[in-house]
Design a binder for this molecule. Sequence first.
Ligand SMILES: [Fe+2]
Ligand SMILES: [Fe+2]
Length: 400
Amino acid sequence: MSTELKKALYNISALADLGQEITSENAFHEKIQAVFYVITGTFLANKGAILSYDRSSKKLDTLTKKGFTSTDLEQLAPEELMPLSKNEPCLIKDAPFLAVVGAEVLVPLWVRDQFIGALLLGGKLTAGPYTPEDLELLKIIATQIAITLNHHSLFMDLSDKLEENQRLYEEMRRIYHGTLQAFAAAIDAKDAYTQNHSHRVAKYSAAIARELGWNDHDIEGIYVAGYLHDVGKLAISNDLLNKVAPFTPEERAEIRKHSTLSHNIAVKINFPWKNVEDMVWHHHERLDGQGYPDALVREGISDGVRIITLADSFDAMTSQRPYRKKMDVQTALAELRKCLDSQFDNKIMLVLCRVLDKEIKGELPEPEILPNLDKNSDLSIISSLLEGIIVELSATQSPA
Ligand SMILES: [Fe+2]
Ligand SMILES: [Fe+2]
């Protein structure tokens, strides 16, 4: 085999090794390290370094090195490297400062018009010069390293942007939720008897949705709908909202406007969640069509609406109201049970009972309903009542 052929085969195998390392799944720094070993091994270089150019600090960072000291490499100024030929190996005769650093060859790495860094090699262990063939191979290798470094820097830029976007998104969500809480507090403040009602409906609804297997995005949506379901009450007079005596038909009609008013307010907000408007609009609908404002019947009532409706009634029953004392949990559950199928949905009631039972048994990490119930409740009685309802309602559910 001729020397030229041997060399060509040797170069091809070096490039194959390099290609394998560059396209590997390894983390960036491992990849650069492996590439560096292939290069120093291929050229039998006694020293070497791969440097990357940091555009923001305008400095060269050492990614890996062998034989050079940090002080050697600090003598390389990016502005001295940039005027050299792009991705072309330079020898001491082309760039005399290489002798000062103690290097024999330097390749400035570029991708299109971007200066990416530099590859630096010392003399050969064999003490021979770098041949034109070596420099040709080095040129090919340098281009591949430049692309690898560029990919990494693009990826890092993208990660930084993603991180910044994530931070901004979290900040927006925090402000958004703060605004909703302020809204809910304004609604609840109008009616002395319904303090924190909106907050509890939000929590109960989210807990039911979570138990039903909804995804995090939709759970957040129903949480927001829970907060806002009574927002229309802001437009109803305080006197009427706090009235104790029975309502006249006109007064009843006036109060009933609140769900449509809630919808009118919600629809003006461009929510990132679907159906928030529907959930606030129809939270007083009933399965039997006797609800308001649209007298919707069964299929016309979404699961989200059914959840808010049940959470709303359960909280109303277990809270003090101007016209009656609050019910204990057992009585409230019995009342809800009486209205199953006419007003409330069996499946949603089953899920509410499951959540509360799990909370009592300590099976949920963050209880949402139990902490709001009467502290004097007898939990063992409630739990056995819940177990009975769960068995009864499970039997009515068709297998999934
Ligand atoms: Fe309401
Ligand atoms: Fe309500």
